[in-house]
Design a binder for this molecule. Structure first.
Ligand code: ATP
Length: 221
């Protein structure tokens, strides 16, 4: 139960989630625990502006798979904020809107190591990084470096990789790096496997309800 008037810790995890997989889900579960989050929202993009050549599956399907996958997790929900806009939207605009929706709360923006390494392709990337708290999660196959960002951004970094247990958050906006989740999996690989085999037998990679949904609606064939 969230106490009225208390500042909450709320995280938003943006992505395409085409489909949501067990890597995404373990990030949600682990970060709720580590950062004492009151809520963790998956924030599916209508269309990621920094991936102009990709054609994601309908937002309805991606949203449905996310809600099925998070149904048993009381603190984990799915936000329709970006899908509602029905067009490609910059994270800068979404984050600015979130700051006005949750003025009393602490808003964390979550991304994987590959997004961190590509961050300079994002519209107004430095402002995005300075606007609020961020959590960067390591990802197998992606080395993390800090050379590509500005001094102002680097000053905000707290590297808690290798640490065990809950993370003591600071009172000022911070960019946390954690390696608490280690899942070598990607939505691209899952889509390619389904296309190749025409049968989804990768239930290690997605929850059973998502595997059934993919079969039923014949996605990624
Ligand atoms: P694709 O292969 O289609 O690019 P993806 O598996 O990377 O998909 P996205 O929906 O693009 O999934 O990713 C959303 C966010 O999740 C991104 O910030 C990405 O870095 C992060 N992410 C995805 N998979 C992992 C993983 N296995 N470990 C850590 N972060 C991940």
């Amino acid at each position: 139960m969230i106490e009225a008037g208390r500042s909450r810790n709320i995280a938003f995890f943006g992505g395409t989630f085409d489909p949501v997989h067990n890597g995404h889900l373990s990030i949600g579960k682990k970060l709720v625990e580590l950062f004492d989050l009151d809520r963790f929202f998956f924030l599916p993009a209508f269309h990621a502006p920094h991936k102009p050549d990709s054609k994601p599956t309908s937002g309805y399907h991606r949203f449905a798979m996310l809600t099925l996958a998070t149904d048993d997790e009381p603190k984990i929900s799915v936000s329709t904020l970006e899908l509602d806009h029905a067009r490609s939207r910059y994270s800068f605009d979404t984050l600015t809107e979130l700051m006005t929706i949750y003025p009393q709360d602490r808003v964390f923006f979550v991304m994987g190591a590959d997004s961190w390494m590509d961050i300079r392709t994002w519209h107004r990337w430095e402002e995005v990084l300075l606007l609020t708290d961020h959590i960067v999660v390591s990802r197998p196959g992606y080395a993390i470096s800090f050379d590509h960002v500005s001094d102002a951004v680097r000053e905000r970094i707290v590297d808690v990789r290798g640490g065990k247990g809950p993370i003591a958050t600071r009172n000022t906006p911070t960019i946390y790096f954690t390696d608490a989740v280690h899942f070598d999996i990607s939505a691209t690989d899952i889509r390619e496997d389904i296309r190749d085999d025409a049968v989804l037998d990768r239930t290690d990679d997605v929850p059973d309800v998502v595997a059934k949904y993919i079969e039923k609606y014949e996605l990624y064939r």
